[in-house]
Design a protein around this ligand. Structure first.
Ligand SMILES: Cc1ncc(COP(=O)(O)O)c(C=O)c1O
Length: 372
């Protein structure tokens, strides 16, 4: 029997596994017995079930980084092109463009939502801009109306990095389904996570879906008949089976995260210097992360939690434009000041957030922060 004095984890995959174990084990065993390890029936079934949930085509791939690469390849992004992304994100968002020889150009973020500042996009668009990649960071959609408005005006396709936001919505529609493509990650700690790497490309376009599927499979529809240069990016059947066991619980996972966020909000309401996550009226926040903004002494709070044995994390301590990979060529990547990105990197602190978090554990987290 677990008590609230049990160690608090940033993400508790073990307790969740124990709750869902019989179904997960049964499905994994089914794959082992069938030996259909690659492109087994669970992969197709998962794609169909996700299509019903998201109301879009779903092409599963090996991970969320590949999903971004496949989407950009399907849009023809290549050497010399520019791709606008936020700098306040995980490196994969920009890396996918760089891998294709394109240049990531960094936009600042909106200080309330931590997502791309749509108002800054226009000043970054050039004749070389071939894609805009907003990130639905921490589980809430970027302002897709403003982004699509500008993107449509300049006829630039949008790839929504939805790695952290499955289950989120923008004006009632699934996050990731407004742009040309959305991309998902099934990394274990994600809101819908498998037990290894996994990802998916989503799109409402029949033509783009076909193209993405082709690219993810060596550029071939028919074995030994490659039509274009592609990659080998497949979700393996065991991971698909695990996701099939978990998918029916996605609504419950989201509700648990949102409930936990409400409880944290109550602890930190009206505490000077601490800002709780903003909730956009147009997007359902699925709290992949519960991220506070702490105006002063963020690192002191981080250290106090660590000393008390409570995990917390800084997502992200180093904006992409300050990482050696991009800082070595600032003229290419930084065309406007990025003050909100730099401020966020100094002020954010993400607290333990997962589907198994208890009220008692959250009270301990809050008590530690408030006494610090
Ligand atoms: C915003 C964002 N984009 C892309 C990725 C890449 O996903 P993956 O780790 O599955 O390659 C991640 C995962 O960490 C992410 O958080």
């Amino acid at each position: 029997m677990r008590t609230d004095t049990a160690p608090i984890q940033m993400v508790d995959l073990k307790t969740q596994y124990e709750r869902l174990r019989s179904d997960i084990d049964r499905r994994i065993l089914g794959v082992l017995e069938s030996t259909a390890f690659i492109n087994g029936p669970d992969v197709t079934e998962l794609e169909q079930d996700l299509e019903a949930v998201l109301d879009a085509h779903v092409i599963t791939v090996a991970n969320g980084t590949d999903a971004l690469q496949v989407a950009l390849m399907a849009l023809g992004v290549g050497p010399g092109d520019e791709v606008i992304t936020p700098s306040f994100t995980f490196v994969a968002t920009a890396e996918a463009a760089s891998l294709l020889g394109a240049v990531p150009v960094f936009a600042d973020i909106d200080p309330e939502t931590f997502t791309i500042d749509a108002a800054s996009l226009e000043s970054l668009i050039t004749s070389r801009t071939r894609a805009i990649v907003p990130v639905h960071l921490f589980g809430q959609s970027a302002d897709m109306d403003a982004i699509m408005n500008i993107a449509n005006r300049y006829a630039i396709p949008v790839v929504e990095d939805t790695a952290q936001a499955i289950g989120s919505t923008w004006k009632g529609k699934a996050a990731g389904t407004r742009g040309a493509f959305g991309t998902l990650s099934f990394f274990p700690s994600k809101n819908l996570g498998c037990y290894g790497d996994g990802g998916a490309v989503i799109t409402r376009s029949d033509e783009l879906a076909e193209r993405a599927r082709l690219i993810a499979n060596h550029g071939s529809r028919k074995k030994y008949h490659s039509e274009v240069v592609g990659i080998n990016s497949r979700l393996d059947t065991i991971q698909a089976a695990i996701l099939q066991a978990k998918l029916p619980h996605l609504g419950d996972f989201t509700a648990r995260r949102r409930d936990a966020a409400d409880r944290y909000d109550a602890h930190f309401a009206d505490i000077p210097g601490i800002t709780t996550p903003h909730r956009s009226p147009h997007s359902r926040h699925v709290f992949h992360q519960y991220t506070l903004r702490i105006r002063r002494h963020r690192d002191l709070m981080h250290d106090a939690l660590t000393a008390a044995g409570i995990p917390s994390a800084i997502y992200y301590p180093v904006p992409l434009h300050e990482m050696p990979v991009y800082a070595s060529n600032p003229e290419a990547h930084v065309r406007v000041p990025l003050p909100e990105t730099e401020r966020a990197a100094q002020e954010v602190l993400s607290l333990p957030m997962h589907t198994e978090l208890t009220e008692g554990q959250q009270a301990r987290v809050a008590e530690c922060i408030l006494s610090a």
